[in-house]
Design a protein around this ligand. Structure first.
Ligand SMILES: [Zn+2]
Length: 344
């Protein structure tokens, strides 16, 4: 190899002044070949012999909204069966899933919660599955820690609704409150429904487990005088609750505003990003009242597309924060936020 380098140099020196373009090109080729052959020798052993790390970055994402600090927290991922969706031909649903390169039989779906630091209060919106659905979930408290907070610092937990993937994180494996100093706030309609013995009795055996969890959670916090309900309206300066039944009887949207910026926390207004923005009329089995759930989704998407306010969804791809754009051909598109640094 070194002999080839020497020969090339001699050739170059001898012919430097008289060389035609073709000769110069040949010499360039020789140099390229020689140095590409030698390069690994110069930089040492480049084989990837380190073990793969195989761990992901912590599941939190932070941005500022005016004076408020918003932290998205991931609790885990659910594989949702696409057959949960209704109201559109299967071929169209498959097409929309393929366009977003998601799974076509199940879609890995993030379970998100949102922490608001208003400067004087720490307010968590929803709590994920917690320990109620196995080791794929229950990462919220770990991610809260990675984000710089402890569960005992949370002042309030606001609930969008009382499905397992939103209230499961309120209790630990021993049935004790995970957020010992927090007041839990939920809409009156939602609390009444899930704590109703009559409704629980009417439910299927599977759904009865959800009623049991709801009553266990409420009992644990009620025992400490920390289970409160609201009808709607401004709960704290800059934080407004709007009860929009459909997904559940008291499903609630939270509008968070500071310095003229607004984030609308959508709860479970949307489950399948790939399908329901284009077809907001597609509903899922989890929607208790499908007609109302569709109407709420259409109204909110229209408002968000017009106002360009930011939105956050508990089952949108993590961190689940972005904006909604109207498509000329009808329906909407989800535009997620891009990673950025926070101001210090
Ligand atoms: Zn949910």
């Amino acid at each position: 190899m070194l002999h080839a380098v020497g020969q090339s140099l001699i050739l170059f020196l001898k012919g430097a002044n008289v060389m035609d373009c073709r000769s110069r090109f040949h010499i360039q080729l020789i140099f390229a070949f020689v140095f590409s052959s030698l390069l690994p020798g110069f930089v040492g052993n480049v084989s990837a012999d380190a073990p793969m790390a195989k761990i992901q970055a912590p599941g939190f994402y932070r941005l500022m909204l005016g004076q408020f600090e918003i932290t998205a927290l991931n609790d885990g991922f659910a594989d949702l069966d696409v057959k949960l969706m209704h109201n559109a031909p299967e071929t169209e649903i498959q097409d929309l899933l393929a366009q977003k390169f998601t799974g076509i039989s199940t879609v890995s779906t993030s379970v998100n919660a949102y922490l608001l630091n208003t400067g004087s209060k720490l307010i968590l919106i929803d709590t994920g599955m917690g320990v109620t659905m196995g080791p794929k979930f229950g990462h919220l408290t770990k991610n809260l820690g990675a984000a710089g907070y402890r569960p005992d610092q949370i002042d309030y937990v606001l609930l969008s609704h009382m499905h397992r993937d939103h209230i499961g994180g309120l209790l630990d494996a021993a049935g004790k409150p995970v957020f010992p100093n927090a007041v839990i706030m939920v809409s009156e309609a939602e609390s009444q429904y899930w704590l109703s013995a009559a409704e629980a009795e009417k439910a299927s055996p599977d759904k009865q487990k959800s009623f049991k969890l709801a009553s266990d959670v409420a009992a644990a916090y009620t025992a400490q005088g920390k289970w409160k309900t609201f009808a709607g309206g401004e709960l704290f300066p800059g934080i407004k609750a709007s009860v929009m039944p459909g997904h559940t009887p008291g499903h609630t949207i939270f509008e968070v505003s500071s310095d003229g910026q607004t984030l609308v926390v959508l709860g479970d207004t949307v489950h399948f990003m790939a399908v329901q923005f284009t077809r907001p009329d597609v509903f899922v089995d989890f929607d208790a009242d499908s007609a109302k759930a569709v109407a709420v989704r259409q109204d909110l998407f229209k408002r968000l597309a017009e106002s360009k306010e930011m939105a956050a969804g508990m089952h949108l791809p993590f961190p689940g924060i972005g904006r909604v754009l109207a498509r000329e051909s009808g329906g909407y598109t989800w535009v997620p936020v891009e990673f950025s640094q926070t101001q210090r």
